[in-house]
Design a protein around this ligand. Structure first.
Ligand code: MG
Length: 192
């Protein structure tokens, strides 16, 4: 099976760093129930593109904290499956891709070369996508009719069933990396 894995807010904790910077910039951070529930972290805060770029200019993404269970998951599934890191970037942040690759090297050594930097994740073929961003998930599932997507729960993907029609039958929203791994093995044995 070919497994495509997003990085921000799946393997790396962008949210905590993003919120720290918003707080330092004195941008009001509303609790999740007061946010509109859009598809991504940034749009949920209702911040402008310029402000978003200002925040990301201050963040060195090579220092983002990792989610340890997620790192262990990658090492485990890599023994049996092909894993690729499929990660988006912000225009106008010149060192973004360099810092992303540095982060991947630190956490995954030689596996880190398996990276695709793209905003167009639907173009990347695979059997499974793991991504917190519903726009990516819906777009990818439309292009991959036999694909399955796993969505780590975040406040911005809580309205998952409002969109996507029947496609959400191929989405599993779970916090449990053990459940994701078990489901991948089941799909693999089914020959998907
Ligand atoms: Mg993400």
């Amino acid at each position: 099976m070919r497994i495509l894995v997003d990085v921000d807010d799946v393997l790396a904790d962008m949210l905590i760093v993003f919120e720290q910077h918003l707080s330092a910039m004195r941008v009001e951070i509303k609790p999740p129930h007061e946010r509109p529930g859009t598809f991504e972290l940034e749009s949920e805060y209702g911040i402008t593109t310029a402000m978003k770029k200002a925040v990301f200019r201050c963040i060195d993404i090579s220092t983002l904290p990792a989610f340890p269970d997620a790192i262990d998951f990658i090492y485990s599934v890599t023994r049996r499956h092909e894993v690729y890191f499929v990660t988006s970037y912000i225009e106008g942040i010149p060192l973004w891709k360099h810092h992303r690759e540095k982060w991947l090297r630190e956490h995954f050594q030689s596996l880190s070369t398996r990276v695709v930097h793209t905003k167009h994740k639907h173009l990347i073929s695979g059997d499974v996508l793991i991504d917190d961003c519903l726009r990516n998930v819906f777009g990818w599932l439309q292009e991959h009719p036999t694909g399955t997507a796993f969505v780590p729960p975040k406040s911005w993907n809580r309205y998952i069933h409002r969109e996507g029609g029947d496609i959400h039958k191929r989405i599993i929203r779970t916090n449990s990396w053990a459940d994701i791994e078990q489901e991948i093995e089941r799909l693999s044995h089914e020959g998907r």
